[in-house]
Design a protein around this ligand. Structure first.
Ligand SMILES: Nc1nc2c(c(=O)[nH]1)N[C@H]1C(S)=C(S)[C@@H](COP(=O)(O)OP(=O)(O)OC[C@H]3O[C@@H](n4cnc5c(=O)[nH]c(N)nc54)[C@H](O)[C@@H]3O)O[C@H]1N2
Ligand SMILES: Nc1nc2c(c(=O)[nH]1)N[C@H]1C(S)=C(S)[C@@H](COP(=O)(O)OP(=O)(O)OC[C@H]3O[C@@H](n4cnc5c(=O)[nH]c(N)nc54)[C@H](O)[C@@H]3O)O[C@H]1N2
Ligand SMILES: [Mo]
Length: 908
C-alpha cells in the first residue's frame, strides 16, 4: 500500500463500504473474523451492491456473497493479473483518472527488461545474492541510483519496504511523460505487455477458476467502476501471509488505480487489521526496523549522523510531504530525551540504537537456538502456537537464560518447558531446561485505559472498567516502573553507555493506589506540544526542527488538539454527517478517506454528483479552498490549476492534480520503480512449497524470498526438484469465529471452548475417499517439520480444483489449539516452515504442502521417526534447503547442490 499510494494504512473506513456498488473480498473471511465491519458490506448489498468472495474455502462470508469463486490458495496474482489484462485489452480503464492521477504516462528507462522476457525474472537480477540491482527499473532521466542508495540485499535484511509504508516512491526531478500512453516504455504499455499472458485460459489453468466464473468477476468489477460507480476491495491475512504477499496487495492496488476507485467513496482498499490495535502497533511500532510515524530505524553503517538519517527519509530534491522529515525526527528525539536533546548534540541522535541487519522475530528465534540470545520479553504474544514452525519456536525459547512472559493466562509460550510435544520427544527435559521463566499476570483491556488504533487508522479511547485484580498490571505500569527502577540502579553512573537511559525524559505522573502512570499524558506527548508553553500541537505542520516543539509520533499529531482528547469523542452517528468525523480520531489529520483529492476530476469538480466527496470551491476562503464531506487530503488552498515549477521540491513540487501527496511524483504507482525487493510489477510465482510447476514462468517461486537455509528449517521439495509427490496436497490455515488466534484468550473460556472443543482437519469428500478418512474419525497431516492430528471434518466447503490439467486437493486447518487451556489439541503451526516475503519479512503461513493419513499420529520418538522417514523419501535430509531458488537463467544450473535444477527434473 505504501509503495502504491504513499501510506500504509487502509485507505478508507468500514462504514463507507455501504456506498460501494460492488465489493470484492479476497484473502479475507470478513464475516467471521471482522463481523462488526461486515455489517457495512451487508448494508451495501441491501442497497443493491454486488458482493464477490474469492477464497479457497467456502465460509460464512461466501454464504452471504452474490458470487463465490473458489481458487487454489497462493494464486491470487494470476487471477487479478487476469482481471488487469481484461481491463487493458478491452480499454476499460478509467482513462481520465489513469492519465492524470497515476504514473501510467511516466517513461521508464529503456534498459528495463520485464519478467515477461526473462522467464519470470526482471532485469538486474544477481543469482548469487538472489536480489536485484533496480537501476534499470527507474524512470528515464532520473539518474542511476535507487532511493536508498542501498542494495537490495541490505534492504531485504532490514525489511526496508516496511519503511516505505508511508514513504511511497521518491523521485528526483520531473520524469518524462507521454500522456497519449503510446510510448513503448511508458508505464501503461509496460503494464499491458506484462499482464498480456494472464488470459482467461491461463487463469483457469493456474487458479482452478473456470473461465465463466472469472469473466463474471471481470464484468462486475469493471461495470461498477466509473464516474458514477465505485468498487471496494477488501483483503486481510489471506493475502499477506505469502512469500509474495506484498505483490498480492500490489496487484489489487494496480487494479483499483486503473479503474479509478482510489480516494473515492465506496472505493478504495480496505486492509482489514487483526488484533485490537495492530494498526497502532505499526504506527507506534513494535517492529525492529521502524520508529513511530514510520520513520526508519537508523542503520549503523549508513546513518552515522542525524543529517544522514534525515536525508534518507526526506530525499532532498524529491516531491511530497517528507520534506519535513527533519522536524518529525527531531520531535521524536525530543520526546524521548527531553531537555537533554539539544541542537548541539544532534538531539541525542547518537543515543538511538542502530540496526545492523535482520533483527526480526524469525531471525531472533534462530539466534536463540544457536545460543546467541540470553533473555527475551514476550508481551501479548504466544509464538509457541502462533508463529510458524512451532518446534523451532519452543526449542529456541528453551535455550535462553531468562524469559519474561506477560499474559492473561499461562500460555504455551510460558509452559513449553513442562508441556509441549518436545517433552514427549525428549528434546526438552523439564529438569534440565535452562530457561528461567518469569510469568507476570497482565491487566486486560477492561482493566486499563488508553487507545486502540483499529482497521481504519482510527484511535479510540477506552476507559478502565474495573481495577486490575491481584498482581495484574498494565503494560504502561510495567514499563514505566521497570524503567524507573533501572534508572534508580544506574543513578550516579559515570559510564557513557548508561547516558541514553539516564537522560531519558521519564517523568510521567502516576495516580491511584497502584501508582498507575497517566495514559492521557502519554497520549499528549505522542500528539506533541510546544516545549515552553506545553500548548498541544494541532497539526504536524506545527512541528519545528529547532527543539522548540516535541512530539512522539507525527502522524498522530492532532489527536490532542486544543488540549482535548479527540480519540475519546463519541458523538452519535445521527448527530453528525455520515462520515462521522467526531467519532474518535483518524490519522492523518482526522481524514477518513485517504487521497480524497482524487474524488474530484483534474479541474476539482466531483466526477459525478453520486460520488461527490471532496471538491474545489472557488468561492471559499480568499482565493478558493478544497471542501467536502471529509478533511481534504490536499493543501487546502492549492488550486487544481496550480502547476509545480521545474526544479522545485517538497510540497511545492506537487501540482494541483497530484492527489497522492506522499509520493515523490504525486501519482498512484501502477509501476513501482523502487521500494520493493521482488520487482516493480507483480508476477505469479508458486508458493515456496507447491506441488505444481509454475504455469506462467520458468522461475518457480519468488526468487528473492527470504529463506533461512538451515537443517532445522527443512522445506518440502517443489518442482522442478524431485519428490514433490511425497507431500502431494496443499494445506492452508486460518481462523474460526469461536476462537482467537493462538487461542490463549478463547481456549481458557468455557463457553467458547464448548462451541469449538477440538482441533479438526477439513477435507473434501473426494479427498476423504482417496485417503480412507471417516467423518469425525482421526487423521494426521505430515510435513518435513512435524505431524499434527485432528478430527476429520468432511465437507463440501472445500472442493477439488482442476489445475494445470490435474486435480488439486486442499486441506484446511484452524490454528487455534495447543497444549494448555480448557480444550487442548495439536497446533497447526508445527507444520509450517519458515519462508518469508522479502519486503516485510512476514511468514508464508497461508500455504504449504503436506501428506495426509488416517488415524492418530505417533507420539514421542516415533513422531520424529515418521517425520524423518518422509524427509528421507523426499530427499530433504540431504537437501535441507529443498526450496527452489533460481530455476531459470544462465546460472540456474551452476553452483551448489542446493539448486534444484542440478537435481534431476521430476516434472516439467
Ligand atoms: N473470531 C476471530 N476473529 C478474528 C481473529 C480470530 O482469531 N478469531 N483474529 C483477528 C486477527 S489477528 C486477524 S489478522 C484477522 C484475520 O482475518 P482474516 O484474514 O479474514 O482471517 P483468516 O481466517 O486468517 O482468513 C483469511 C481467509 O483467507 C483465505 N485464504 C487463505 N489463503 C488464501 C489465498 O492464497 N488467497 C485467497 N484469496 N484467500 C486465501 C482463507 O481461506 C480464509 O477464508 O482476524 C481478526 N479477527
Ligand atoms: N498458521 C498460521 N499462523 C498464524 C496466522 C495464520 O493465519 N495461520 N495468523 C497470524 C496472525 S494474523 C496473528 S495476529 C498471530 C497471532 O499470534 P499471537 O499474537 O502469538 O497469538 P495470540 O493468541 O493473539 O496472543 C496474544 C496474547 O496476548 C494476551 N493478551 C491479551 N491482552 C493482553 C494485554 O493487554 N496485555 C498482555 N500482556 N497480554 C495480553 C492473550 O492472552 C494472548 O495469549 O498469529 C499468526 N500466525
Ligand atoms: Mo493478525
Amino acid at each position: 500500500m505504501g509503495t502504491s499510494f504513499g501510506r500504509g494504512g487502509a485507505t478508507g473506513f468500514t462504514q463507507d463500504l455501504a456506498n460501494a456498488d460492488c465489493i470484492v473480498i479476497q484473502g479475507s473471511n470478513m464475516a467471521e473474523a471482522h463481523p462488526v465491519g461486515f455489517q457495512w458490506v451487508m448494508e451495501a448489498k441491501a442497497r443493491g451492491a454486488k458482493v464477490i468472495h474469492i477464497d479457497p474455502r467456502f465460509t460464512r462470508t461466501s454464504a452471504l456473497a452474490d458470487q463465490f469463486v473458489p481458487l487454489r490458495v497462493g494464486t491470487d496474482i494470476a487471477l487479478l493479473g487476469g482481471v488487469i489484462n481484461y481491463v487493458l485489452q478491452n480499454e476499460l480503464d478509467f482513462r481520465d483518472y489513469v492519465v492524470n492521477y497515476t504514473n501510467a504516462a511516466a517513461i521508464v528507462r529503456d534498459d528495463y527488461v520485464d519478467s515477461e522476457d526473462l522467464e519470470g525474472l526482471f532485469s538486474g537480477f544477481d543469482p548469487e545474492t538472489r536480489t536485484y540491482d533496480p537501476t534499470s527499473w527507474q524512470y528515464a532521466g532520473t539518474g542511476d541510483k535507487d532511493d536508498h542508495g542501498q542494495d537490495h540485499e541490505i534492504q531485504r535484511e532490514t525489511a526496508s519496504a516496511l519503511q516505505h509504508e508511508t514513504h511511497g516512491v521518491s523521485v528526483n526531478g520531473f520524469p518524462p511523460r507521454d500522456e497519449t500512453l503510446q510510448h513503448p516504455s511508458c508505464v501503461y504499455q509496460i503494464l499491458k505487455r506484462h499482464f498480456a499472458r494472464y488470459t482467461p485460459e491461463m487463469v483457469a489453468a493456474t487458479c482452478g477458476v473456470s473461465e465463466e466464473e472469472f469473466l463474471a468477476v471481470c464484468e462486475a468489477w469493471t461495470s461498477n467502476s466509473n464516474r458514477e460507480r465505485t468498487t471496494a476491495l477488501v483483503y486481510s491475512v489471506g493475502w499477506t501471509q505469502h512469500s509474495v504477499g506484498v505483490q498480492y496487495i500490489r496487484t489489487g492496488a494496480i487494479l483499483q488505480l486503473l479503474l479509478g476507485n482510489m480516494g473515492r467513496p465506496g472505493g478504495g482498499i480496505m486492509a482489514l487489521r487483526g488484533h485490537a490495535s495492530i494498526q497502532g502497533s505499526t504506527d507506534i511500532p513494535t517492529l525492529f526496523n521502524i520508529l513511530p510515524g514510520y520513520l526508519p530505524m537508523p542503520q549503523a553503517e549508513d546513518h552515522k549522523t542525524l543529517q544522514e538519517w534525515i536525508d534518507s527519509v526526506s530525499h532532498p530534491g524529491s516531491k511530497g510531504f517528507w520534506d519535513q522529515a527533519k522536524a518529525y525526527g527531531i520531535n521524536l528525539l525530543k520526546a524521548y530525551w527531553g531537555d537533554a536533546a539539544t541542537p548541539e548534540n544532534d538531539f541525542c541522535f547518537d543515543y538511538l540504537p542502530k540496526i545492523t541487519g535482520d533483527h526480526g522475530t524469525y531471525r531472533t528465534v534462530m539466534d536463540m537456538i544457536d545460543g546467541k540470545v540470553k533473555g527475551y520479553f514476550l508481551l501479548g504474544q504466544n509464538p509457541a502456537i502462533g508463529s510458524a514452525h512451532g518446534r523451532a519456536q519452543r526449542l529456541g525459547m528453551a535455550n535462553l537464560d531468562w524469559l519474561v512472559v506477560r499474559d492473561l493466562f499461562e500460555i504455551e509460550s510460558a509452559s513449553f518447558w513442562k508441556s509441549s510435544p518436545e517433552i514427549e520427544t525428549g528434546e526438552i527435559v523439564p529438569e534440565q531446561c535452562r530457561t528461567e521463566v518469569f510469568l507476570f499476570p497482565a491487566a486486560s483491556h477492561a482493566e486499563k485505559e488508553g487507545t486502540f488504533t483499529q482497521t481504519q487508522r482510527m484511535l479510540q479511547w477506552r476507559e478502565k472498567a474495573v481495577e486490575p485484580q491481584g498482581d495484574c498490571r498494565s503494560e504502561l505500569w510495567f514499563f514505566y516502573h521497570l524503567g524507573r527502577m533501572v534508572r534508580e540502579r544506574l543513578a550516579g553512573s559515570a559510564e557513557e553507555r548508561d547516558r541514553p537511559v539516564l537522560d531519558l525524559a521519564w517523568d510521567y505522573s502516576t495516580h491511584g493506589p497502584l501508582d498507575e502512570p497517566s495514559a492521557e499524558e502519554v497520549l499528549m506527548e505522542i500528539n506533541g506540544f510546544e516545549v515552553e508553553s506545553k500548548r498541544p500541537l494541532s497539526s504536524y505542520t506545527e512541528m519545528k526542527d529547532d527543539g522548540s516543539t516535541l512530539g512522539g509520533c507525527w502522524i498522530y499529531t492532532g489527536v490532542y488538539a486544543d488540549g482535548v482528547n479527540q480519540a475519546a469523542r463519541r458523538k452519535p452517528g445521527q448527530d453528525q454527517s455520515w462520515v462521522a468525523p467526531e467519532w474518535g480520531w483518524a490519522w492523518p489529520a482526522n481524514r477518513r478517506i485517504l487521497y480524497n483529492r482524487a474524488s474530484a476530476d483534474p479541474e476539482g469538480k466531483p466526477w459525478s454528483e453520486r460520488k461527490a466527496y471532496v471538491w474545489w470551491d472557488p468561492e471559499a476562503g480568499e482565493n478558493g479552498e478544497w471542501t467536502g464531506h471529509d478533511v481534504p487530503d490536499f493543501e487546502l488552498t492549492k488550486p487544481p490549476s496550480y502547476r509545480a515549477e521545474e526544479g522545485s521540491s517538497g510540497r511545492e513540487a506537487l501540482s494541483g492534480d497530484d492527489p497522492f501527496i506522499m509520493q515523490g511524483d504525486g501519482k498512484g504507482s501502477l509501476y513501482v520503480p523502487q521500494g520493493l525487493i521482488d520487482g516493480p510489477l507483480p508476477t505469479h510465482y508458486e508458493p515456496i512449497e507447491s506441488p505444481f510447476r509454475n504455469p506462467v514462468h520458468g522461475q518457480q517461486s519468488n526468487p528473492t524470498h527470504k529463506g533461512y537455509d538451515r537443517a532445522d528449517n527443512p522445506l518440502n521439495p517443489s518442482p522442478p526438484a524431485e519428490h514433490s509427490d511425497i507431500y502431494p496436497y496443499v494445506f492452508t490455515t486460518s481462523r474460526l469465529t469461536e476462537h482467537h488466534t493462538a487461542g490463549g484468550m478463547s481456549r481458557n473460556l468455557a463457553y467458547l471452548s464448548e462451541l469449538q472443543p477440538e482441533m479438526f482437519i477439513e477435507v473434501s469428500p473426494e479427498l476423504a475417499e482417496e485417503r480412507g478418512l471417516e467423518h469425525m474419525g482421526w487423521c494426521h497431516v505430515i510435513t518435513s517439520r512435524s505431524a499434527v492430528e485432528g478430527r476429520v471434518m468432511v465437507t463440501d466447503r472445500l472442493r477439488p480444483l482442476r489445475v494445470d490439467g490435474r486435480t488439486v486437493h486442499q486441506i484446511w486447518l484452524p490454528y487455534h489449539w495447543g497444549s494448555e487451556g480448557l480444550v487442548k489439541g495439536d497446533s497447526a503451526n508445527d507444520l509450517m516452515g519458515i519462508s518469508l516475503d522479502p519486503n516485510v519479512l512476514i511468514q508464508e503461513s497461508k500455504v504449504g504442502t503436506c501428506d495426509l493419513r488416517a488415524g492418530h499420529r505417533p507420539s514421542g520418538l516415533a513422531l520424529r521417526a515418521l517425520v524423518m522417514d518422509y524427509q528421507r523419501r523426499a530427499g530433504v535430509d540431504q537437501h535441507p534447503h529443498g526450496a527452489p531458488i533460481v530455476t531459470v537463467g544462465d546460472t540456474a544450473g551452476e553452483g551448489s547442490d542446493r539448486d534444484p535444477s542440478t537435481r534431476k527434473s521430476g516434472d516439467s
